[in-house]
Write a protein that binds this ligand. Structure first.
Ligand SMILES: *[C@@H]1O[C@H](CO)[C@@H](O)[C@H](O)[C@H]1NC(C)=O
Ligand SMILES: *[C@@H]1O[C@H](CO)[C@@H](O)[C@H](O)[C@H]1NC(C)=O
Ligand SMILES: *[C@@H]1O[C@H](CO)[C@@H](O)[C@H](O)[C@H]1NC(C)=O
Ligand SMILES: *[C@@H]1O[C@H](CO)[C@@H](O)[C@H](O)[C@H]1NC(C)=O
Length: 418
């Protein structure tokens, strides 16, 4: 009996010790993973700029940027300029409206030399905040809600009306168009700094998509507040891509290989300012994404024609021919959407769409390019809001406007969205 008890005791001690050992090994492994990832992501800098906002910007030789780690890009020759003249991609701009410049904070502290690109340095703590080293820098995979709900269809487009599924842990309020093959999209996106809870993130952005709902390709850009990824609640410029609805490919900014940066002036993931004020001065960023007809690379154009870089055709599947859907609007990612208590993370300015300019976040000069190669307001659009009491969407045109303005957003949790 004593032997038996001793035996059980010994087994317990041994299993306790072995758990401790594996526990320690895991921590050690995580640190090794983190070190490896940091080394992979942060390329040697020609010059380093310490920004006032705490960011470190590395000026990296343009041919040593992360994109060259991508198997399809090992021998890629960088296209320095698009083959189109992006001025042709502009609407006859209303005078004055394009004159309010939004800056990136780090630009006050220096600039990158020719032949280099500014890249926001990733820190150990950024990786340790991520759910896993593998998941770092990426949007969560889209899992369709079990209830098989759709947030919208396109009534005006009769042919096999495309339905957008509701996604777990995400709430969206968008304007969308389908029905053509798109080779470009743009919008002037009003800039705000909404409240975001620490596990969540919010975006205001443009998407160009192709492929089926459960395995789509998407290239995206806009602004975001994403404390888990960036370590603070500043409003930041971002780009994102995926080839498989965020399952295993793609990421934000240059946090994986896939986007080729050509600009020495704009850093993806860097903070932008100034921010719009309620009933006061409004600021916006112009985001344009256009396919280069000669190379099929997708260019990301910021502001009045600053080329940030491109998503190379060789890393894309269907999307390298054209996009089949364009979306504009906001998303909140949170484990606390579609339930109560609802997250307090806001979308847009944090005000509902119906409160219009000066209060609600908006997008104007919305346009698409199809094979007519003319930038134009999309012929058929629909608005969709997944949780209408939390975040809303409204397309509205007043007499002075040449095309509708899209308003979107909301506070998240409130009296009607408990
Ligand atoms: C438009 O802008 C140009 C240059 O900034 C200026 O010369 C012109 O007077 C403006 N026109 C109007 C209608 O404001
Ligand atoms: C979802 O609904 C559609 C029709 O509304 C149906 O064809 C499909 O089978 C449903 N999917 C699931 C997983 O229930
Ligand atoms: C879009 O392109 C595909 C081939 O890439 C073609 O089959 C389809 O008809 C096009 N759709 C439209 C609406 O032009
Ligand atoms: C939703 O978020 C919760 C909490 O972070 C997480 O455990 C769960 O896996 C997420 N679900 C999906 C489908 O991403």
């Amino acid at each position: 009996m004593a032997n038996f008890i001793f035996g059980v005791f010994l087994i317990l001690v041994l299993s306790y010790l072995s758990n401790r050992v594996t526990g320690k090994a895991t921590v050690k492994e995580i640190h090794a993973d983190v070190d490896g990832k940091l080394k992979e992501l942060n390329k040697p800098a020609v010059k380093t700029i310490q920004s006032d906002d705490g960011d470190i910007i590395d000026c990296v030789d343009i041919y040593r940027q992360p994109a060259f780690d991508h198997p399809a890009l090992r021998n890629h020759v960088i296209q320095m300029k698009p083959n189109f003249n992006f001025k042709e991609m502009e609407f006859n701009s209303k005078n004055g409206s394009s004159k309010l410049t939004v800056f990136q904070t780090w630009q006050k502290s220096g600039s990158c030399p020719k032949g280099t690109v500014p890249i926001r340095r990733i820190r150990r703590e950024d990786l340790l905040r991520a759910q896993s080293v593998q998941q770092f820098g990426r949007k969560p995979q889209e899992v369709v809600l079990k209830s098989n709900t759709t947030i919208g269809r396109f009534p005006s487009i009769n042919s096999n009306a495309l339905a957008l599924p509701a996604i777990v842990n995400r709430s969206a309020a968008i304007l969308a168009t389908v029905g053509a093959n798109y080779t470009g999209a743009k919008a002037d996106i009003n800039v705000w700094n909404p409240n975001v809870e620490s596990e969540d993130f919010t975006t205001a952005q443009v998407w160009l998509k192709a492929g089926p709902n459960d395995n789509f390709e998407s290239i995206e850009s806009g602004w975001t507040v994403n404390p888990q990824l960036y370590g603070d609640k500043k409003t930041r410029l971002f780009a994102h891509w995926t080839k498989d609805s965020y399952k295993t490919t793609g990421c934000f900014d240059l946090q994986c290989s896939g986007f080729i940066q050509t600009s020495s002036k704009i850093a993806l993931g860097a903070a932008i300012s100034p921010i719009s004020m309620e009933l006061g001065q409004q600021y916006y960023i112009t985001i344009g994404i256009y396919m280069d007809e000669n190379t099929n690379n997708w260019w990301l154009i910021f502001g009045n024609g600053i080329t940030i870089g491109y998503w190379p055709a060789s890393t894309l599947n269907v999307l390298k021919n054209s996009a089949t859907m364009v979306e504009w609007g906001g998303q909140v990612y949170s484990p606390n959407v579609q339930k109560s208590p609802h997250t307090k993370t806001a979308m847009g300015s944090g005000k509902f769409a119906s409160s219009l300019k000066g209060n609600a976040c908006y997008m104007e000069n919305i346009g698409i390019v199809d094979f007519s190669t003319q930038l134009q307001y999309p012929p058929a659009v629909t608005t969709l809001a997944e949780e209408n009491y939390c975040y809303t969407a409204l397309n509205h045109q007043d007499g002075s406007e040449s095309s509708p303005t899209f308003y979107f957003g909301g506070p998240g949790q409130n009296y009607n969205c408990p």
